[in-house]
Design a protein around this ligand. Structure first.
Ligand code: NAD
Length: 386
C-alpha cells in the first residue's frame, strides 16, 4: 500500500483513497460527504469508499453513493485508505484502525479532545480541524462553523415556535387579535443573525444583544432592535472574549429589564475555545414570562443559562429551558450538504498546496496552518491564538 507521499510523488492530485466514516447515528445524523460531493471527488480522480449506511440517517442511501461512483465499504476498510472524512472527533477504536500517516479531515474539538491528539501523534496521523478554519472572507467556502451555525439558528426558531403555545405573527381575526410574539436573541453571531432573520420572517418583534460593537449594525440591518449595555468595555474584532465584572453586571441589569416581556429567548453566546458564558442566572428565569421558551444553543459548551441541562427540557416557573443534544440532527440533510461542500473546498485547497509542497507542515497558507493539528508526530496549533 502506497503512503500519501508516494501517491503524491506519482500524481499529486489523484489516486488518493478516501474513506467516509459513518458517525454514531444515536447522536449524530449528519454525514461528512454526500453523494453530490462523492461524485466530484471521483470526478477528479480519487477512489471514494463510503462506510455502509453512513448517509442513511441524513437521507442519503448507499445506492446514491454507488451511482456517484463511490464504493460501499465496511468500517474495517478504513485501514486501507489515505484520507478519512468524518464530522465528529473519532472514537479511539476507530483511530486504532486507521493506518499510519492517514490524513484526517473533520471537526477535532482540539481544545477538549486531548486524548485523540495523543493518539494522532502516536499513529503519525495528519489531523486537520475544520473547527479551526479562520473566520475570513477567503475561508468562507470551507467554514463549517458558519454553515452549521446558520442552520442551527434557523432551526432554533422553528423548534421554539412549535413548542410555544401561542402564535408568532400579529393576527387580526373576527374572533380577536393574536399579538406578535417578542423574541430575544442573545449573541448575534452567525447562529444569532439567522435566528433573527427567521423570527422576523415569522412576524415576531425581535431584539438582540451582543458584546461586539460590530453586531449592532448587522442586527439593525435585519430589522431587529439592538439592546445596548451601558459599559466602558467594548470588543471591536471578530472574536469574542470573556467580559469583565463591569460589563457582566451591566448586562445582567439590562436583561432583568428586558426578559419579563419576552416570549422566546434564544441564546447563542460562545467564546472560542472556552466554556460558554453564563448570562441568564437561575433567579433571572424567575422574572421571565409564564409560558415563555428559552432555547440554549450554547448547551454543548456549558450553556448560557444556569438551569440548562444538555439534551433536556427543564421546566421551572412555567418557563421551558430547552437544550437539544444536537439541533442539526433535525436538519441533517441540509447540514450534511453544506458540511460536505465546505469539506470538499478545504480538501481541494489542501491537495493543491500538497502538490506544490509535499511536506504538509511546510505549506505556507493561513488556512492550512490554522487547521493543522498534528502531523508527523508534531503538534501544531498554527494559526489562531485565543
Ligand atoms: P460564536 O458562535 O463564537 O459566538 C456567538 C456570538 O456570541 C458572537 O457574536 C459573540 O460575540 C457573542 N457573545 C459572546 N459572549 C457574549 C456575551 N457575554 N453576551 C452576548 N453575546 C456574547 O460566534 P460566530 O457565530 O462563530 O461568529 C463569530 C464572529 O465571526 C462574528 O463576528 C461573525 O460575524 C464572524 N464571522 C466572519 C466570517 C467571515 O468574515 N467570513 C465568517 C464567519 C463568522
Amino acid at each position: 500500500m502506497d503512503t500519501v507521499t508516494q501517491l503524491l510523488t506519482r500524481c499529486p492530485l489523484c489516486f488518493m483513497k478516501l474513506f467516509v466514516l459513518s458517525e454514531n447515528h444515536e447522536v449524530e445524523k449528519r454525514v461528512a460527504v454526500t453523494p453530490e460531493v462523492a461524485k466530484k471527488l471521483v470526478g477528479i480522480g480519487h477512489e471514494v469508499y463510503v462506510e455502509s449506511d453512513a448517509g442513511k440517517s441524513a437521507g442519503f442511501d448507499n445506492e446514491e453513493y454507488s451511482s456517484a461512483g463511490a464504493a460501499i465499504a465496511k468500517a474495517k476498510d478504513v485501514s486501507s485508505c489515505n484520507v478519512v472524512f468524518a464530522i465528529n472527533p473519532l472514537q479511539a477504536d476507530i483511530i486504532n484502525e486507521i493506518r499510519d500517516e492517514t490524513i484526517l479531515i473533520g471537526m477535532q474539538e482540539p481544545y477538549s479532545s486531548s486524548g485523540n491528539i495523543d493518539l494522532f501523534l502516536d499513529r503519525r496521523i495528519t489531523a486537520f480541524a475544520l473547527d479551526l478554519i479562520p473566520r475570513t472572507t477567503r475561508a468562507q467556502y470551507m467554514d463549517v462553523l458558519s454553515s452549521q451555525a446558520s442552520l442551527a439558528g434557523y432551526k432554533a426558531i422553528i423548534e421554539a415556535s412549535s413548542i410555544f403555545n401561542r402564535g408568532l405573527p400579529l393576527m387580526i381575526t373576527t374572533a380577536g387579535t393574536v399579538p406578535a410574539a417578542k423574541v430575544l436573541i442573545i449573541g448575534a453571531g452567525v447562529a444569532g443573525l439567522q435566528a433573527i432573520a427567521t423570527a422576523k420572517r415569522l412576524g415576531a418583534i425581535v431584539s438582540a444583544f451582543d458584546i461586539r460593537t460590530s453586531a449592532k449594525e448587522q442586527v439593525e440591518s435585519l430589522g431587529a432592535k439592538f439592546i445596548e449595555v451601558e459599559s466602558t468595555e467594548k470588543i471591536d474584532g471578530v472574536y469574542a472574549k470573556e467580559m469583565g465584572d463591569e460589563y457582566r453586571k451591566a448586562q445582567e441589569m439590562r436583561l432583568r429589564d428586558v426578559l419579563p416581556s419576552q416570549d422566546i429567548v434564544v441564546t447563542t453566546a460562545q467564546i472560542p475555545g472556552k466554556k460558554a458564558p453564563v448570562i441568564i442566572k437561575a433567579d433571572m428565569v424567575g422574572v421571565m414570562k409564564k409560558g415563555s421558551i428559552l432555547i440554549d444553543l450554547a448547551s454543548n459548551t456549558g450553556g448560557n443559562c444556569e438551569l440548562t441541562e444538555s439534551g433536556k427540557t427543564v421546566e421551572t416557573n412555567r418557563v421551558k429551558i430547552v437544550a437539544f443534544d444536537n439541533i442539526l440532527n433535525f436538519i441533517a440533510f441540509d447540514a450534511s450538504r453544506l458540511f460536505a461542500k465546505n469539506a470538499f473546498a478545504f480538501f481541494e485547497l489542501l491537495t493543491q498546496k500538497m502538490a506544490d509542497n509535499g511536506d504538509i507542515s511546510a505549506i505556507d497558507d493561513e488556512i492550512i496552518k490554522a487547521t493543522l493539528v498534528t502531523h508527523n508526530r508534531q503538534k501544531y496549533f498554527g494559526g489562531l491564538t485565543f
